[in-house]
Design a protein around this ligand. Structure first.
Ligand SMILES: *Cc1c(COP(=O)(O)O)cnc(C)c1O
Length: 401
């Protein structure tokens, strides 16, 4: 058996590989430079074109580009009319922004538990947490796999709730053949560099509902409108005139970011193929290892995976998750953990959320590790990661003892 790098053996690879990274090529750079030397670097034609293309790609009627994925979630909560006294149900196994957006509006996140096999929010747990104050659901397509949209839609309709989908991980995923982005009341995307396509910082909200669209527009541009039909008090004075009709934010995307994202969007299908291909290789390599569990997919989701999680099986391993993680790093495979349950953070603890709230999410958190997954990985990179995981499983296996 190969000695672990952690114990003085030779690492599986010389160069460190990280769990995710962007792929920006010369064409992307050219598209950005064109805009930088042009007339508009913000509020110009690239953003308009990006919104059009995002709507076409996702099959949604409307898309609003914003400054990042967190702003997208905040705008969606504003458009949903969420405010103090309201409760919004979300998952704890997510990036903090999925819950913070609810706090921005003065409302309370309520954490529903997850499914132990898919790691996505469990519709039954959503239903169990509904009260007369519940206003919306923020469901996260964790790792890129679509949530149980049909079941959640049905629950939201029955209880008159707004369905917000946090699709920061899931651009390119389809649910029952339809693109994520056209299915919930509002769908929020992130274009941070670790996500499937990027423009540095960036985000978008898509919707099919004209009323929500109008509110999203106001939310991301100071609550200001130039359109006479929305103006309330003052008479229209001249073509310069605009009116602030609500309290909004400056959450706009710049034109050079939009140009970068338009260029990245052209490569989305290629990125999806690469990611799917790597996931297939990982699944094949890990499926039969008793030391590991792999994430279960629901048949409705045709997933473009953003993250690949291995789950350690403590019945078959002599090491802790921490030891496995550190041993991978010693092999020069730098993993990550997605995520610490949101309500474990001191901010939420101080608000009164108790540990133990969502046992499934806590159990999964304690045994998962995200291994590298990004389109720019070479076949050798993929082999190295598989080799490192196998090497650790062999060294830490209870069976081989
Ligand atoms: C990345 C991410 C966000 C926030 O997106 P930013 O663009 O970083 O603001 C929100 N939710 C989830 C699940 C994410 O992974």
């Amino acid at each position: 058996m190969d000695r672990l790098a952690m114990n003085g053996g030779t690492p599986v690879r010389d160069q460190k590989i990280y769990y995710g990274r962007q792929w920006i090529d010369e064409e992307d750079v050219r598209e950005v430079c064109k805009v930088l030397t042009g007339d508009f670097i913000t509020c110009g034609p690239e953003v308009t074109e990006l919104e059009r293309k995002l709507a076409v790609r996702t099959g949604a009627k409307y898309a609003v580009a914003v400054s990042n994925g967190t702003a997208a979630l905040h705008c969606a909560c504003i458009a949903a009319g969420i405010g103090p006294g309201d409760e919004v149900i979300t998952t704890p196994l997510t990036f903090a922004a999925s819950a913070n957006c609810i706090r921005y509006c003065g409302a309370s996140p309520v954490f529903a538990d997850i499914d132990l096999e898919t790691y996505n929010i469990d519709p039954q747990s959503i239903e169990a947490h509904i009260t007369e104050n519940t206003k919306a659901v923020v469901a996260v397509d964790f790792t890129g796999q679509a949530v149980r949209i049909k079941e959640i839609r049905e629950i939201c309709d029955r209880h008159n709730l707004i369905f917000i989908e946090d699709a920061a991980h899931s651009i390119g995923t389809k649910y029952e053949g339809k693109e994520v982005g056209s299915l919930a009341d509002m769908t929020c995307f992130s274009f941070h560099p670790v996500k499937t396509i990027t423009c540095g910082e960036g985000g978008a909200v898509t919707t099919n509902d004209q009323r929500l669209y109008e509110r999203l527009i106001l939310a991301h541009t100071h609550g200001i409108t130039h359109e006479e039909e929305f103006m309330e008090d003052l008479p229209h004075e001249g073509s310069w005139y605009y009116e602030q009709i609500s309290l909004g934010y400056n959450y706009r995307m710049t034109d050079f970011q939009a140009a970068l994202l338009l260029s990245q969007l052209k490569k989305l299908d290629f990125f999806i193929e690469r990611r799917k291909n790597i996931v297939k290789k990982y699944d094949h390599a890990f499926r039969l290892l008793p030391e590991l569990r792999i994430q279960k997919e629901i048949p409705e989701s045709d997933t473009c995976r953003h993250l690949y999680l291995i789950r350690l099986n403590p019945d078959h391993l002599t090491c802790t998750r921490r030891q496995f993680f550190d041993a991978m790093a010693a092999e020069n495979v730098q993993c990550q953990i997605h995520y610490v349950p949101v309500y474990w953070f001191p901010y939420y603890q101080k608000l009164g959320y108790q540990k133990g709230l969502c046992p499934n999410a806590e159990k999964i958190y304690e045994s998962i590790i995200s291994i590298p997954l990004f389109p720019k990985m070479t076949d050798q990179d993929v082999e190295d990661v598989i080799h490192a995981v196998r090497k650790l499983c062999a060294n830490y296996s209870k069976i081989s003892e």
